[in-house]
Design a binder for this molecule. Structure first.
Ligand code: RB5
Length: 170
């Protein structure tokens, strides 16, 4: 289990850093309990975190209502990275990727948590609280936040192709 003092202090990747990012977080009822745990960890580690809801457990709420405002904040630069949680993480990732400028990835493993940032400039981490247990989820958050985009030409080239698609559909 990652505890607050350990955040950003593990073996995330060679491209890791400890810069404190401005973060946003969102979850529906499927991810609500995990969001509370992640929030607690991030705040105790000193991150500035904007909470996009849900603010209470409501079994009838809908993930787009929380994920889309988070994704818009990432796209606008109001927050630098986002964490979106739902039951499977699928709905959150589908919703977040509707917003141009968002590169959301559903992550279950440590490799993807840092490689998604290093190679793909992933800026929203999606987690499935019914799939990924809390200890692993907190480690994945830590790894995601410790990773940086490589800036390599081949990675920029691939992102430019995605930007072109976004521009074509605006
Ligand atoms: C809500 O019950 C559930 O469908 C949602 O949290 C998520 O798993 C969707 O992908």
């Amino acid at each position: 289990m990652v505890v607050a003092g350990e955040l950003n202090n593990n073996n995330a990747s060679a491209a890791s850093s400890k810069r404190m990012l401005r973060l946003g977080i969102a979850a529906d009822h499927g991810g609500f309990a995990l969001k509370v745990e992640i929030m607690r960890l991030l705040l105790s580690a000193g991150y500035e975190v904007e909470d996009f809801g849900a603010f209470q457990m409501d079994f009838d709420d809908d993930y787009p209502d929380f994920t889309i405002p988070l994704a818009q904040a990432v796209a606008d630069g109001r927050v630098e990275r986002g964490i979106a949680v739902c039951g499977s993480g699928v709905g959150a990732s589908v919703a977040a990727n509707k917003i141009p400028g968002v590169r959301a990835g559903l992550v279950h493993d440590s490799f993807s948590a840092h490689q998604g940032v290093e190679d793909d400039d992933m800026n929203v981490l999606c987690l499935g609280a019914r799939v990924t247990g809390p200890a692993l989820a907190l480690e994945l958050v830590d790894i995601f936040l410790s990773a940086n985009f490589s800036g390599a030409e081949r990675h920029q080239r691939r992102l430019a192709k995605l930007h072109a698609v976004e521009a074509a559909y605006r």
